[in-house]
Design a protein around this ligand. Structure first.
Ligand SMILES: Nc1ncnc2c1ncn2[C@@H]1O[C@H](COP(=O)(O)OP(=O)(O)O)[C@@H](O)[C@H]1O
Ligand SMILES: [Mg+2]
Length: 306
């Protein structure tokens, strides 16, 4: 499913001035199959944007009470924000939003705090109760088992455990299983690696790539970690004060180092070292992944010594 957002604007205080907009005129297409990054400062509109994608925040035209404004004489008809994901038009109140939500899963920041059931099994199965109540117990068990295995946990040894007895990393995996259990085509994660140590971060990113390969066609991560973006994403969108500033693959995005710094955003360590080398007259062309960068720098020094 392709995501097509056009002119998305949103304010938490309806009727206030334009400066209070959490989202301003955002037009963005995310293709099926991407591993997409969303970056920006706290308060830049990232969460507001992703909440639109599974209709936690609905478009004005999807409101039950919505009536299109009649254009004034001689004026063009008003243009409303629009959001289409695959066959789902999120601006249409007749859309099956429940079905949409099972296809577009969101894992919130620190999702482990929302675990509540007595067993890992019940917690993961809860996601199905909401969306797939027509399934038999046997069918549910298969889906729950597959979701728990997909997040890298051993089903037999964790299914009856209390989620509260698991480690932090395991809890986060259970929370992710509770979202992917409906088999969403699009999986969105708000700061999936927040609060984890470097090894935990690496493991969670590996998990997301394995889910991207075998489970969800599109993965979207919200992150403020530029190294995470440069290492993992096909493209990234940069938000600032509710506006979309860039949508580029990391290999092009981090060439805009001055503009990113002007937005008070960090750049990956590879981009920093590249700048330091550039100041010494050494120009390294790289896609900003650590592997590519190390390879290019080594090739350069081999060339110098030869
Ligand atoms: N529930 C809310 N009520 C009022 N204002 C909100 C709410 N959530 C977010 N905002 C405001 O909307 C803007 C965008 O916030 P948000 O989308 O949460 O940004 P981010 O996820 O990038 O930190 C901020 O100015 C924030 O204060
Ligand atoms: Mg947020």
């Amino acid at each position: 499913m392709r995501i097509q957002a056009e002119r998305l604007s949103y304010s938490y205080q309806a009727g206030s001035s334009f400066s209070a907009y959490a989202l301003k005129d955002v037009t963005l297409t995310i293709e099926e199959g991407e591993f997409f990054g969303i970056i920006g400062h706290t308060g830049s509109g990232k969460s507001t944007f992703v909440q639109h994608l599974n209709a936690l925040i609905k478009l004005p035209t999807a409101d039950k009470k919505f009536k299109p404004k009649k254009p004034k004489k001689g004026q063009p008809a008003p243009v409303y924000p629009s959001l289409v994901i695959g066959k789902y038009d999120l601006g249409d109140k007749k859309t099956n939003f429940k079905e949409l939500r099972s296809k577009v899963g969101i894992v919130f920041q620190y999702p482990e705090y929302q675990l509540f059931a007595e067993s890992v099994y019940d917690d993961v199965a809860f996601g199905l109760k909401n969306f797939r109540s027509e399934l038999s117990e046997e069918e549910k068990t298969v889906l729950v088992r597959d979701a728990i295995s997909a997040v890298g946990l051993d089903y037999e040894s964790v299914k009856d455990a209390s989620p509260f007895d698991l480690s932090g990393g395991q809890k986060r995996r259970v929370a992710i299983a509770g979202v992917i259990v409906t088999r969403p085509e699009i999986l969105i994660l708000d700061e999936p690696a927040a609060g984890l140590d470097p090894l935990g971060k690496k493991e969670i990113m590996e998990l997301l790539h394995s889910l991207h390969r075998d489970w969800c066609k599109t993965v979207i991560i919200v992150s403020h970690d530029m190294d995470e973006i440069s290492e993992n994403c096909t493209r990234a969108a940069v938000f600032s004060h509710g506006e979309l500033k860039f949508v580029l693959p990391p290999s092009e995005l981090f060439l805009h180092d001055e503009e990113l710094k002007a937005l008070d955003l960090d750049i990956p360590v590879t981009a920093k070292v590249r700048l330091a080398l550039k100041a010494k007259g050494i120009d390294v062309q790289t896609d900003f992944t650590e592997e590519d960068f190390a390879e290019k720098v080594l090739a350069y020094y081999k060339g110098v010594r030869a």
